[in-house]
Design a protein around this ligand. Structure first.
Ligand code: F6P
Length: 439
């Protein structure tokens, strides 16, 4: 259970410099939405939960500009790095950081590190890129990242050597859970050297698997793009006798993309996710029955589902377990099951794969990326460190990195999202033997 102490954000020191955003803050002070610097955003959202923790309810530090800041904008140098797999909105965040730093704080020295954490290690020989408002114009219209990216962490000692060498005072890390673990090690190395360098993360993942940040940027764009594949598979399935559409979507450990894309179209008969074990002994006859009754069926699978049927080994450079290809395996099992039963099938298999994450952010994600970037800049300028920005109950907040890497955000099989999926699809809660009524 998350306790009040888990939500305390580290700070490099007291803010002694008047913020250039004072004017904005004064106006804010006259509205009912005004938040005092000492205010906190409650972690729990029901009276019962808050009541149970009277006296010490856990709460987040709200994001936003502070009246006094820690860093003198005229004297600092800022670095930005993007790490891990692509995600819609990376360029929006880079541009948002650069514009907020330059236009509002007057920071003029901003560098981008190339190809993830490798760009911060001298022996990889990557030059840094100077980032200016003119240089980032229109980058938000492109997918990918103008800085390049890579998987895998690098030695924090070499990274902090590089920050020292370049005189970087603030490092913004845009990355997923593995990259945030790296950011934590960098912040620890900075502390060990007693330096005043802030490390602030903007969490990135289309899988939406980082906890306590509301949702991650790029997730909405990715599942939106995935709906195109689901629509195509549904159209194909409906057009032929024994039509079965099978769509595999990204989602290594968390099935949020599969759930949301399926709910957005509301045509899927089955959604299979990593969080809910798949019993093919029950699923296959259920599917045949559904096709017999309705003439077609649509199955949406998250790539991490059904791994219990596959013998995959090893890990990628980020430490993520390598997966077997369940979509292809399932296609084979469905085809042979229909063949054995002598039932006609026309199966169309679609895996949009990287198509859903290499696109530019949609307008919602663009707004979200910009606001996260603004929040990240305010936090870093105020001297916060070893934290990421997130949105909790529609409020932008500061989340300590140790908390975000301590667990994974997953679809709760007992929660209301999965309940909505079960309602929308009509699939049983389990395909295990007792539920094989339809077989
Ligand atoms: O972590 C996001 C993600 O999109 C996963 O859903 C997917 O399995 C993985 O990245 C694949 O990325 P890559 O092939 O770049 O390692």
């Amino acid at each position: 259970m998350v306790e009040a102490a888990d939500l305390l954000v580290r700070t490099l020191g007291e803010g002694r410099i008047d913020s250039p955003l004072q004017g904005l803050l004064d106006r804010r002070g006259t509205t009912e939405h005004y938040v005092d610097e000492a205010d906190r955003v409650l972690f729990d959202d029901t009276l019962a939960m808050v009541g149970e923790r009277i006296g010490k309810p856990p709460s987040f530090e709200p994001s936003g500009p502070r009246r006094r800041i820690f860093f003198d904008p005229a004297k600092i140098r800022v670095g930005i790095v993007t790490c891990g797999g692509l995600c819609p909105g990376l360029n929006d965040v880079i541009r948002g950081l650069v514009l907020e730093l330059t236009s509002h704080y007057g920071v003029s020295r901003i560098v981008g590190f190339r190809n993830g954490y490798r760009g911060l290690v001298a022996r990889h020989g990557h030059d840094v890129i100077d980032l200016t408002p003119a240089g980032v114009q229109h980058v938000n219209e492109q997918g990918g990242t103008i800085l390049g990216t890579s998987r895998g962490n690098q030695d924090p000692v070499e990274i902090v050597d590089c920050l020292d060498h370049l005189g970087v005072n603030i490092l913004f890390v845009i990355g997923g859970d593995g990259s945030m673990r790296g950011a934590q090690r960098i912040a620890q190395e900075i502390t060990a050297r007693d330096r005043r360098i802030a490390v602030v993360g903007v969490p990135k993942t289309i899988d939406n698997d980082i906890p306590w940040i509301g949702h991650s940027f790029g997730f909405q764009t990715a599942f939106g793009k995935a709906t195109e594949s689901i629509r195509a598979a549904h159209t194909e399935a409906m057009a032929q006798p024994g039509g079965v559409g099978l769509v595999q979507l990204m989602g290594r450990h968390s099935g949020f993309i599969a759930c949301y894309a399926a709910l957005a179209t509301n045509d899927a008969d089955y959604v299979l996710i990593p969080e809910v074990p798949v019993d093919l002994g029950g699923f296959l006859p259920h599917l045949r029955q559904r096709v017999r009754e309705r003439g077609h069926a649509l199955v949406v699978v998250a790539e991490g589902a059904g791994q219990e049927y596959l013998a995959a080994d090893g890990a990628d450079a980020s430490g993520n377990r390598l997966l077997g290809d369940f979509g292809i395996y399932l296609r084979g099992r469905v085809l042979s099951d229909f063949a054995t039963a002598g039932q006609e099938i026309n199966l169309k298999y679609i895996d949009p794969s990287y198509v859903i994450r290499s696109v530019p952010a949609n307008p919602y994600d663009s707004v979200y990326c910009l606001r996260l970037a603004q929040a990240a800049v305010h936090a870093a300028m105020a001297g916060r460190t070893e934290m990421v920005v997130g949105s909790w109950r529609n409020r932008f907040v500061h989340v300590p990195i140790p908390l975000t890497v301590a667990s994974r955000n997953q679809v709760d099989p007992g929660g209301d999202l999965w309940m909505s999926v079960l309602e929308a699809t009509g699939q049983p809660t389990s395909f295990a033997v007792p539920d094989r009524a339809a077989a």
